[in-house]
Design a protein around this ligand. Structure first.
Ligand code: FES
Ligand code: FES
Length: 173
């Protein structure tokens, strides 16, 4: 049996071109992690059920375990490695750190990429809108409340408000 041939393509990821050779049946998740060493994007279920693999394609959150890498060629791919501006964390990353909204952290990259896309479209999401948006991103550790609060905190700071986490948020009520 003949081995499938690799294809060569250039991906635009986090504003940088990446030329890689990969087998055509590989998912975007596999190519990001295995060929570009962008391991911030996590593989969880690989069935479209957990959200750990979420990245942005042209600004929209997508599950990279369900997308063939070839379909991402020519698109603007953004991963969690592209959220910070150099050494400066994004407001979402700051808020997650301030509130302890990540425990094991496995779900966090996917949640950040989903929430970032939400805040790009909606500067003042309601708690229900945040919940709905993050419904496909599962977290086994935090119980999700601090995650919702972190998104609200980041949104407030992005709007220029001097928002600080409440003591209840940090220590629990
Ligand atoms: S790894 Fe993609 S949804 Fe779970
Ligand atoms: S922090 Fe562990 S799964 Fe979310």
């Amino acid at each position: 049996m003949t081995e499938p041939k690799k294809v060569l393509a250039t991906f635009q990821v986090n504003g940088e071109p990446h030329e890689v050779a990969f087998l055509p049946h590989k998912t975007l998740l596999e190519v990001l992690r295995e060929e570009m060493n962008l391991t911030g994007t996590k593989h969880g279920c690989e069935l479209g059920e957990c959200g750990a693999c979420t990245v942005q394609i042209d600004g929209k959150p997508i599950l990279s375990c369900l997308m063939l890498a070839v379909d991402a060629v020519g698109k603007d791919v953004r991963t969690v490695e592209g959220l910070a501006n150099g050494a400066e964390l994004s407001q979402l990353q700051h808020a997650f750190a301030d509130l302890g909204a990540a425990q094991c952290g496995y779900c966090t990259p996917g949640i950040l990429m989903t929430a970032d896309a939400l805040l790009a479209e909606n500067a003042s999401p309601t708690r229900d809108e945040i919940k709905q948006c993050l419904a496909g991103n599962l977290c086994r550790c935090t119980g999700s409340l601090t995650i919702f609060e972190a998104v609200e905190l980041a949104a407030a700071r992005c709007r220029g408000e001097k928002a600080e986490p409440s003591k209840e948020s940090i220590y629990g009520s």
